[in-house]
Ligand binder design. Structure first.
Ligand SMILES: [Zn+2]
Length: 277
């Protein structure tokens, strides 16, 4: 009776504790703290400077891990990221992803190219622009593209947002996309790939997953020739290839090379036997 009770209580509390530390980041922090404690416990005799040194290096490791989790787009330390191999599975499969639109200057041309080649792509749209150009979002939906949430404001400080602020950004954009297309976006694509500690909880609330990429083209800063070369150099499959169909005015960049390189890359991929989704 007592042991059954013990098991129940300990089992429950174990699960509750584990639930709190189930993110990879928390596991790393926990392991790091355990190693720190062991080093301190077995150091004989204990001296103050040594303890301070171990504690400081442990804290530094945790800070470095945290920044890696925030700023590395592929990192799964803070939240799981779906990439090409998870999304596409089969070898030779390619998926184009376009961020930061919709922008009437580029998105419509890109949609025309995709339509001509019967290609379905991912569009990571900001709530602010979706609200401004609902007819483009409507067309994306009608042509069966995957519309994802790229936050409302695309703030460069998004990794500093609190749970409440981040939830508002994501929910507001979900509502706008749903209002136009009648569908809830399944994926959230963090601006610049930046995440934070609150994102995991926010996405649990909205029921969404993070979609990443495998090959970044840096298309807004490069010539058509440079983009085509870069993609070929880094090509592997399955892969999500990241382009942009919109730019922010103050950056003085544009998507002209995106449109041209897209046409060239489609031909190259087709001739090499890739399946473009
Ligand atoms: Zn972006």
């Amino acid at each position: 009776m007592i042991s059954a009770m013990k098991e129940k209580v300990f089992g429950k509390s174990y699960r509750a504790i584990y639930k709190r530390i189930d993110g990879l980041f928390y596991k790393f922090v926990l392991i790091n703290m355990m190693i720190t404690t062991l080093i301190i416990a077995f150091k004989e005799p204990l001296d103050f400077l040594f303890i301070m040194w171990v504690l400081l290096s442990s804290a530094l490791i945790q800070v470095v891990l945290y920044f890696y989790g925030v700023f590395s787009p592929q990192s799964r330390l803070l939240v799981d990221v779906v990439q090409g191999k998870d999304f596409l599975g089969q070898k030779n499969a390619i998926l184009f992803r376009f961020d930061d639109g919709p922008d009437p200057k580029y998105t419509l041309t890109i949609l025309d190219i995709l339509k001509e080649h019967k290609i379905q792509a991912v569009f990571a749209v900001t709530g602010e622009r979706a609200e401004k150009y609902p007819h483009i979002i409507e067309r994306m939906g009608d042509e069966n593209h995957i519309i994802t949430n790229h936050s409302y404001s695309h703030s460069y400080l998004i990794s500093l947002f609190s749970y409440k602020k981040l939830l508002r950004e994501i929910q507001r954009t979900n509502d706008i996309i749903h209002k136009i297309t009648g569908k809830w976006p399944e994926y959230y694509c963090p601006p610049m790939g930046h995440k934070n500690m609150a994102l995991r909880k926010v996405l649990k609330h909205t029921g969404q997953k993070v979609l990443g990429w495998d090959i970044r083209t840096y298309d807004t800063k490069r010539s058509t020739h440079e983009i085509v070369n870069r993609v070929q150099k880094h090509m592997r499959s399955p892969a999500i290839i990241l382009f942009h169909d919109g730019v922010f005015k103050w950056t003085k960049e544009d998507c002209q090379s995106t449109v041209e390189s897209l046409k060239e890359l489609i031909q190259i991929f087709k001739s090499k036997g890739y399946t473009i989704n």
